[in-house]
Ligand binder design. Structure first.
Ligand code: PMP
Ligand code: GLU
Length: 389
């Protein structure tokens, strides 16, 4: 048997690999603390579960339309209008098996061999992989702490070529927590004006936001509305990662049609029960739960940023504005982030993700989507580990 050339170079998600490794060590009796998983430690809010149970007991077990039920599409439309000032028609919205699936379909639908996709680094691990899988060429734009890991308009301008097809934007960012301001998005919009470049705006951490300044990329201008594909989901903010609920919206009808065809020939509709469960959350019934989680993340962030900064050799220059990760500079201890994280897992039994997986060595990512007691224990282990490194 010979695997396809296409799939042979596809790597597994390093975040999922490390999370699985930590679980395996735990199952073998090792006292591992995992700061690797990018998933909320909170349970799914009750209103979501109740709606799903209701659907299960009232005939919700059938196939639905590939794009989603009329009710869920309407609920997404209402959410995007009310919270993001975006006016999409329901036939411009598609539900997917998580935002990851939306991003996968988008790259498959847009990219031809040799097309260039601009990806700011550090990036979420999946972006370059799905671009490569589609035959595209990731053009990585390295950022640094001086701009809080955000690309500058100048950098973007210099990266554009006739082959540029797509820009991947992720705000709030995984792994840095940086949020692009309205002015920064406007500046990006100015650079792209007059080009055919599309933007995939991954807004999945929208509500894990400590500054209150999140702005949806597509809401900035009519031009940006047309070129932006809005991607969101409820894995993070709705605390339902295992339910697999993501969605995309675009004013480009051809793109929607292509992504619909991709789903139609691969997944069909997403889980019907998940769709029913998502509706109350999209319509604001879980806002109280979301706010409770946000405040708890903020408390953990504040504690962890201070505690990590007190460890000689580690630093967090820019406390994250959103999401639930610290992107920690470990260059003074070991610039090789893979070696550093592997040793930390083996010697201190703390699982984190090396920055190299996000396209930036010399850093590692620690998730604070875990309870504060575990975070405190983990930070104390990290402090001892670094002292003896
Ligand atoms: N985008 C980013 C930046 C993420 O961190 C994640 C979480 N893995 C996703 C998209 C995909 O999330 P999901 O497929 O669970 O909706
Ligand atoms: N997005 C999460 C993370 O970055 C989940 C892992 C994944 O989907 O790859 O940890």
């Amino acid at each position: 048997m010979k695997l396809s050339k296409r799939v042979k170079s596809l790597e597994e998600s390093i975040t999922l690999v490390i999370t699985a490794k930590a679980k395996e060590m735990k199952a073998n009796g090792i006292d591992v603390i995992s700061l690797s998983a990018g998933e909320p430690d909170f349970d799914t809010p009750k209103a979501i579960k109740d709606a799903a149970i209701y659907a299960m007991n009232h005939g919700g077990s059938k196939y639905t339309a590939v794009t989603g039920t009329p009710e869920v599409l309407k609920a997404i439309q209402t959410k995007l209008k009310k919270e993001n000032n975006l006016e999409y028609k329901t036939n411009q919205i598609l539900t997917n098996v998580g935002a990851k699936h939306s991003l996968f379909n988008i790259t498959q639908a847009l990219i031809d061999s040799g097309d260039e996709v601009i990806i700011p680094a550090p990036y979420w691990v999946t972006y370059p992989q799905i671009v490569l899988y589609a035959g595209g060429k990731p053009i990585i734009l390295k950022t640094d702490e001086s701009t809080n890991f955000k690309i500058t308009p100048e950098q973007l301008k210099n990266a554009i070529t006739p082959k540029t097809k797509l820009l991947m934007l992720n705000s709030p960012s995984n792994p840095t927590g940086a949020i692009y301001s309205k002015a920064e998005l406007e500046a990006i919009g100015e650079i792209l004006k007059g080009t055919n470049i599309m933007i995939a705006s991954d807004e999945i951490y929208e509500k894990v936001n400590f500054t209150g300044k999140f702005v949806a990329t597509a809401s900035i201008s009519q031009d940006l509305f047309k070129r932006t594909i809005t991607i969101n989901g409820l894995s993070k903010c709705g605390a339902m990662p295992g339910w697999r609920f993501g969605y995309m919206a675009s004013a480009n009808d051809d793109l929607i049609k292509a992504c619909k065809a991709l789903s139609s020939q691969s997944t069909s509709n997403i889980c019907s029960i998940t769709q029913a469960g998502a509706i109350p959350s999209l319509l604001g019934e879980t806002d109280g739960d979301i706010e409770m989680m946000r405040l708890e993340y903020q408390k953990r962030r504040d504690w962890a940023v201070k505690a990590i900064s007190e460890i000689d050799g580690l630093s967090v220059t820019n406390p994250p504005d959103g999401a639930f990760y610290l992107f920690i500079n470990c260059k003074k201890v070991d610039p090789d982030s893979l070696r550093f994280c592997q040793r930390m897992l083996q010697e201190a039994n703390v699982a984190t993700v090396p920055g190299v997986g996000f396209g930036m060595d010399g850093y590692f990512r620690a998730s604070y989507a875990t309870d504060l007691d575990s975070i405190k224990k983990a930070v104390s282990r990290i402090a001892d580990f670094v002292k003896n490194y």
